[in-house]
Write a protein that binds this ligand. Structure first.
Ligand code: KG4
Ligand code: ZN
Length: 336
């Protein structure tokens, strides 16, 4: 089954064609990052406008690269939640138009489900059940993936998402948006033990995260140093910050794996591109005999191939939408 999938939840306009959930026939991503960087973050109105301008060209390119026409496609899939509402609406309405015009089924896809599905493309041997750490720009979760469309969230962030903490800490240090990758690059040159930063815990909720305390510790350190005229070694601060994030996610994920008994550990979301997190989880899983699955870098950030993958499993479960499908800005992964 060949699915044309559309992703416009944030600042990438992406279209892909994916066969049977795992075989990527084409995947095109038009990123808006350079423009949003001017403003230090994503400007929702600009994102929506750029999606409108790009979506037809990106779709044409995806069909061209797959050497297909719309007639060769079996279904249209689209990210409908969660995300920036104006941005989601562009994809949803475009997908509805294609579905109506070509008379193909319309498959609604949850964005975080699709981040997890990026792993099915990269690791065709991977099948649920497994334990998944989701670390993205807007979400941080530990999830029991019981089946392709059956999720049980056992841990979540109480405040900032991991990517949000990376981006805010980076911004305070003067790095451009999106700062996660800037911290990652700098951290590789720095001393992770140079600055003492907290590893905040959430009382009574052993799998929940709290990243805002860590981010605030960085902001306070920068502020206090400035007031005292002490120069901060940014590269060391990046390394110390990243080390703290690695400690937090590794500790919670390994603890969740031990108590739930899963031996297959999956990582998903934009922050899974982080070299420190990748190395640390590889090491921790190896020590315990767990198998670790992380997407290759091209499928860590937003793309439509992952949407096409998840859509296939949603379709098999009978999850098809009508033309009344609406975009939803906020929707838990287990309440679809
Ligand atoms: O998954 P994603 O596209 O966002 C949501 O769906 O919410 O991830 C974007 C996030 C941004 O916060 C970005 O800074 C972060 O992923 N990110 C990274 C790295 N690459 C992207 N964070 C840390 N290290 C990286 N190498
Ligand atoms: Zn995303």
């Amino acid at each position: 089954m060949k699915i044309l999938a559309i992703e416009t939840s944030c600042d990438e306009t992406a279209v892909a064609i994916v066969e049977d959930g795992v075989n990527v026939l084409s995947s095109v991503v038009a990123t808006q990052i350079a423009e949003h960087r001017l403003y230090g973050g994503v400007v929702p109105e600009i994102a929506s406008r750029r999606h409108c301008e790009s979506i037809v060209g990106v779709t044409d390119e995806a069909l061209l690269q797959a050497n297909m026409t719309l007639d060769d496609v079996d279904a249209i899939a689209v990210t409908y939640a969660p995300g920036l509402i104006g941005a989601l609406l562009v994809g949803v309405n475009f997908a509805k138009g294609l579905s109506l015009a070509a008379n193909k089924p319309l498959i609604p896809v949850h964005h975080i489900r699709s981040h997890i599905a990026a792993n099915y493309i990269a690791h065709p041997q991977l099948k649920p059940p497994f334990l998944c750490l989701v670390v993205s720009g807007g979400h941080s979760h530990i999830i029991e993936v019981k089946d392709y469309t059956d999720f049980h969230v056992i841990g979540r962030t109480r405040d900032d998402a991991a990517g949000e903490a990376f981006d805010k800490a980076a911004r305070a240090m003067g790095y451009p948006y999106p700062g996660g990758i800037e911290i990652d690059k700098a951290a590789q040159q720095g001393n992770k033990d140079a600055y003492k930063l907290p590893r905040p815990k959430v009382d009574g909720c052993e799998y929940d995260f709290s990243f805002s305390g860590l981010k605030t510790a960085v902001l306070n350190l920068l502020h206090n140093s400035e007031q005292k005229g002490i120069e901060v070694n940014k590269v060391d601060l990046c390394a110390s910050f990243q080390h703290a994030v690695c400690d937090i996610v590794a500790e919670k994920t390994m603890h969740a794996a031990e108590t739930t008994g899963y031996k297959n550990i999956v990582v998903a979301g934009g922050v899974s591109a982080n070299s420190g997190i990748r190395a640390r989880l590889t090491e921790e899983c190896k020590k315990r005999g767990y198998q670790l699955f992380i997407p290759p870098l091209k499928y860590c950030g937003d793309n439509a191939a992952m949407v096409g993958s998840q859509a296939y499993y949603e379709f098999l479960k009978g999850n098809v939408a009508g033309l009344d499908l609406n975009a939803v800005a906020s929707l838990p992964i287990d309440e679809v």
